[in-house]
Design a protein around this ligand. Structure first.
Ligand code: 5GP
Ligand code: MN
Length: 318
């Protein structure tokens, strides 16, 4: 942490980025660190390759996050947040690769240790927890805007303090953020309280698609591009739907196969969740992805039948 603080102190222009299909932790960490560095007098850019999902657009200053790296600024240092591997930042990776100094701040157990300076803690409930510690160590005051970003990162990555990564820090930091003015009801209302009608219809289709393996230990949920078209929803509307399939009794692993709108057909993202008895990070890593022990994912280009066959083999191994 001290070497990273040294790097952030001596460099003036900071490019901050995070993964594609950003979630609450990615966006919260990006805003919290970016705005804190700006308060320290740095020139900053906060970039994400993908649009900000509707449920996170309530976050103050979220419109400061851009899709492209601003041209005409010679950045001195890049900070990559909440990414187990550099490829996770998508097209921004090209700009990061050209940067003189790259800092990697993350909490994934599968982190590939990219970058010149690393702050990786798999025991942190969220990347936002690590960002909180960093901001405190740099003695930058936390205002309500930054507090809301940190709170949202921890609140969403712990599944509202329900997932196995929920630790003491999740509660102590969030308590402090509430004392600094965060309104828990307002955050929860935006993140979970409102669903578009299309999303409800997508949920209906997702529930209908659930298959249970013969041994009852694994579920497979499938979301096709056709379903998104029919319900007029976005890929972000698939976020969290896997949690319905993981809650079915006796299920140890839940998989969600989501068809991607890529350049060629047959591209899928597979999300894996476990009840804690199976390390899905290892399973995802073996397929070129990564994540946490009970929540991981990978992308694959193959016929849907092959993707399912691979998952069924997994179920048999269970
Ligand atoms: P999700 O299934 O919600 O996309 O992701 C679950 C967890 O696995 C997240 O923490 C995410 O960062 C990680 N993850 C998902 N897909 C990939 C991937 O393709 N590569 C890596 N390294 N991690 C992934
Ligand atoms: Mn995270």
């Amino acid at each position: 942490m001290q070497s990273i603080i040294h790097q952030l102190t001596r460099n003036k222009r900071v490019l901050l980025t995070t993964h594609t299909h950003p979630d609450g932790d990615a966006i919260g960490s990006l805003l919290a660190l970016g705005l804190s560095l700006e308060r320290m007098g740095k020139t900053i850019a906060m970039v994400d390759d993908d649009p900000i999902p509707a449920i996170y657009r309530f976050l103050p200053k979220v419109d400061r996050i851009t899709r492209r790296v601003p041209s005409g600024v010679d950045f001195d240092i890049a900070v990559v947040l909440d990414c187990g591997s550099l490829q996770r930042v998508g097209a921004v990776a090209r700009a990061v690769a050209l940067m003189p100094v790259v800092v990697n701040i993350d909490h994934h157990v599968t982190n590939e240790a990219f970058g010149d300076f690393r702050l990786v803690d798999a025991d942190a409930c969220a990347t936002a927890e690590i960002i909180y510690r960093l901001i405190r160590e740099m003695s930058v005051p936390i205002d309500k805007i930054v507090a809301t970003a940190i709170y949202t990162g921890i609140f969403t990555d712990t599944g509202s303090f329900r997932f196995s990564n929920t630790n003491l820090e999740a509660f102590t930091i969030c308590q402090e953020m509430v004392a600094l003015g965060v309104d828990p009801y307002q955050v929860a209302k935006h993140v979970y309280g409102t669903y578009s009608l299309g999303r409800i219809k997508l949920l209906n289709m997702a529930l209908d698609s659930i298959e249970l393996t013969a041994n009852g230990k694994m579920t497979i949920m499938t979301l096709s591009l056709e379903m998104f078209r029919e319900t007029r929803t976005q890929p972000e509307d698939g976020d969290g739907l896997i949690n319905y399939a993981r809650r079915i009794e006796d299920v140890r692993v839940a998989a969600l196969i989501q068809e991607l709108n890529g350049n060629s057909p047959g591209q899928y993202h597979v999300s894996l969740r476990s009840d804690g008895s199976v390390d899905v990070a290892r399973i995802a890593q073996a397929r070129g992805g990564g994540g946490h022990a009970s929540a991981a994912g990978f992308s694959v280009t193959a016929p849907l039948a092959d993707v399912k066959a691979d998952l069924l083999r997994l179920a048999e191994q269970l």
